[in-house]
Design a protein around this ligand. Structure first.
Ligand code: 5GP
Length: 177
């Protein structure tokens, strides 16, 4: 098992590149099936989900649109709890079939606070695809429609996820030692 250092902390390999790719393809296959003949709009939440969104999108065979928005609620290793929209949502969601792409659902606060803003625009449907979910940490009610991996309540980096800005480029996901 590889140990890496990011800033002052040590992390060990938790999910290999192959495991992640395999699972992302499975999620895309499920979406291809569920949305066959439809054209959903994916809303990827930056920064963390950029790699997940890019890989998932490549495995799609259906017609699909994608846009990117930015919500900030995390500094360092502890959620600050505040949700700030810094890049707005330009697409009109009325009557659209929307799928949110999130890197990780921790307390669930980010999405729980953000969903009403989306629902206000009256999409035809609204589903959530999260690569990672920490069920033990989740405090806010949320229905996750597609989940890559249920993981323990430990801080992770890699595959788009950072620790104070670093680690996003890693192809694997690492867990705090
Ligand atoms: P929530 O609002 O669900 O508590 O937090 C969601 C956001 O917190 C995620 O989109 C992600 O940016 C950040 N986050 C939560 N857990 C982790 C983690 O283990 N590692 C990293 N790098 N970010 C996390």
């Amino acid at each position: 098992m590889a140990i890496i250092n990011v800033h002052d902390k040590s992390f060990e390999t938790y999910l290999s590149e192959e495991t992640i790719q395999q699972r992302v393809k499975e999620l895309a296959d499920a979406i291809n099936e569920d949305y066959s003949g439809h054209r959903p709009l994916f809303i990827a939440i930056l920064n963390g989900s950029f790699m997940f969104a890019a890989d998932l999108f490549k495995y799609l065979t259906i017609e699909a649109d994608i846009c990117f928005i930015k919500l900030a609620s995390y500094k360092g290793m502890k959620s600050s709890g505040k949700v700030v929209t810094s890049i707005g949502l330009e697409d009109d969601l009325f009557d659209k079939e929307v799928i949110i792409l999130e890197d990780i659902v921790d307390t669930g606060k980010t999405l729980h606070n953000f969903l009403p803003k989306l629902l206000h625009q009256q999409p035809r449907s609204l589903k959530i695809a999260a690569l990672l979910h920490k069920p033990e940490a989740t405090e806010y009610p949320l229905t996750l429609d597609y989940v890559g991996f249920q993981i323990p309540n430990k801080f992770v980096v890699g595959y788009g996820l950072d620790y104070d800005g670093l680690g996003r480029n890693l192809k694997e996901i690492y867990q705090l030692v």
